[in-house]
Design a protein around this ligand. Structure first.
Ligand code: ATP
Ligand code: MG
Length: 445
């Protein structure tokens, strides 16, 4: 075989071997310009949290599997079938990609004894992982923002958290979000209700689906949360947990409602609202929109007074919520948002490579004074023609092109061309006067 034939063969082999790699199903790349939406939302959240004096925590994405099994409850959708659990093959540890944020936060609070000096108001944001069937509003890597108040047992913090979320919808410009409220009472009250509920469900056991059959004795409350339309009749006729609440639980519930009423927050009571995790008691709530199809819950939360001790801490009450960032962003888009401007202010055109160092210097000075500036980048074999550089400048969306001609630069000059007004007015400035120009430009941004 000739040398060139050999070369052709090995090239073919190479292309055959290099398979295109794609991302994991249900785990999305967040790319520009969409990423600007994400950052805008995160900024709004940070500002609002600061106004409520909530502090940010950043926690690991991987936790011991036992934390979630113990914390969320063994008979929950998440623990039964949605967790990404694995054994660290280097040391045999059983680990899980966090499916939600509360358990890890409680673990950290206990581990670092954060409640030692009294209660804490905290928030987090970041990716969560659940092995679900990917569809609109449901992904395998998704993102939550959560707010949690630990160490306070009173209804005022439940209401404060709801007001915080309600304010967030306002800041984000979201209407068409409604609030549903319920109380799950205390464990003893739940036990009495549970017996009545099991009796009711057993009477209708023929009508139950496989999942409900399985949960009948392990977690009957969750059956109330079923999405199976065939079960709605049985579930609607079931005994209501609200009717089993004692005076103290009812007083807590009424106090939360009174604060919401006084602050003009509308809600409806949904006696069948139970939430997915086992750890909730007393107040539970969801914010729901009808604009996103069946994945309409954008935020959910409630009180979890027993989770801290379940994770091995000194008993302390707590309450919190988590919102789904993808769903909130989807709703913002649905309501017709305007994407934030991503164009640079200035694009530098440099026809002659000899002018590159000076052009770079000028851009650095512009950036230092707050102007967003993009340098034309060549192919590696020169900078390209003036025409092609102007095309790139236009495509960038920049307001101005700075043209660094070799001759002009030698004379200490640069051309400034407006790219937005049709005519493209052009003038020449001295490099030293550019700082002044940048200043006026900045004040018009
Ligand atoms: P759903 O009933 O939709 O399954 P959930 O009760 O499992 O929700 P939570 O565990 O309460 O949800 O999580 C809080 C929020 O996180 C949800 O209201 C939703 O906005 C979002 N969320 C939950 N799971 C997903 C997912 N797989 N993909 C995208 N967002 C999600
Ligand atoms: Mg779910």
């Amino acid at each position: 075989m000739s040398e060139s034939a050999k070369e052709t063969v090995s090239k073919a082999e190479k292309t055959a071997k290099v398979q295109k790699l794609v991302g994991v199903k249900g785990m999305n790349d967040i790319l520009p310009p969409d990423s600007a939406r994400w950052e805008w939302l995160e900024d709004q959240v940070r500002q609002l949290m600061a106004r409520y004096a909530y502090r940010h925590v950043r926690l690991p994405i991987v936790e011991p599997t036992a934390l979630f099994v113990r914390g969320l409850g063994e008979v929950t959708d998440i623990v039964e079938k949605e967790m990404y659990s694995f054994e660290d093959r280097l040391n045999g540890e059983q680990l899980t990609l966090r499916p939600e944020g509360t358990a890890g936060l409680v673990r950290a609070v206990v581990e670092h004894n954060l409640l030692y000096e009294g209660g804490k108001r905290l928030y987090y944001m970041g990716p969560m992982f659940r092995h679900e069937r990917p569809q609109r509003g449901r992904y395998r890597q998704f993102h939550q923002i959560g707010a949690e108040v630990l160490g306070f047992g009173g209804p005022e913090v439940d209401a404060e958290l709801i007001l915080l979320a309600h304010d967030l919808w306002k800041v984000l410009g979201l209407s068409e979000v409604r609030l549903e409220l319920n109380s799950l009472g205390q464990p003893a009250e739940r036990l009495a209700h549970r017996q009545a509920l099991i009796a009711h469900l057993e009477k209708h056991s023929d009508a139950l689906d496989e999942e409900a059959q399985r949960r009948l004795h392990s977690n009957p409350l969750r059956i109330l949360d079923t999405k199976n339309p065939a079960l709605q009749g049985v579930v609607e006729a079931a005994p209501r947990l609200l009717d089993f609440l004692g005076e103290t639980s009812l007083a807590h519930f009424h106090a939360v409602k009174a604060i919401l009423d006084a602050n003009g927050v509308a809600y409806s009571i949904n006696p069948r609202l139970v939430r997915g995790m086992d750890y909730y008691n007393l107040t539970v709530f969801e914010f729901i929109t009808t604009r996103l199809g069946s994945q309409g819950t954008i935020c959910g939360g409630g009180r979890y007074d027993y989770l801290i001790e379940q994770v091995g801490g000194k008993p302390a009450p707590a309450v919190g919520w988590a919102l789904g960032v993808e769903r909130v962003l989807e709703l913002i888009k649905e309501q017709g948002d305007v994407l934030p401007e991503l164009a640079p202010d200035v694009y530098a055109i440099v026809p002659d490579t000899r002018a590159v160092p000076v052009a770079m210097q000028v851009l650095q000075a512009l950036r230092a004074s707050g102007v967003s500036a993009q340098m034309h980048a060549g192919s590696g074999e020169g900078m390209g023609s003036m025409k092609s550089q102007f095309k790139k400048a236009d495509a960038s969306g920049a307001r101005f092109a700075l043209v660094f001609g070799a001759q002009e630069v030698e004379q200490g000059l640069v051309a400034i061309k407006s790219l937005r007004d049709g005519e493209g007015a052009q003038r020449t400035e001295s490099l030293t006067a550019l700082a002044e120009w940048a200043h006026t430009l900045q004040s018009t941004l």
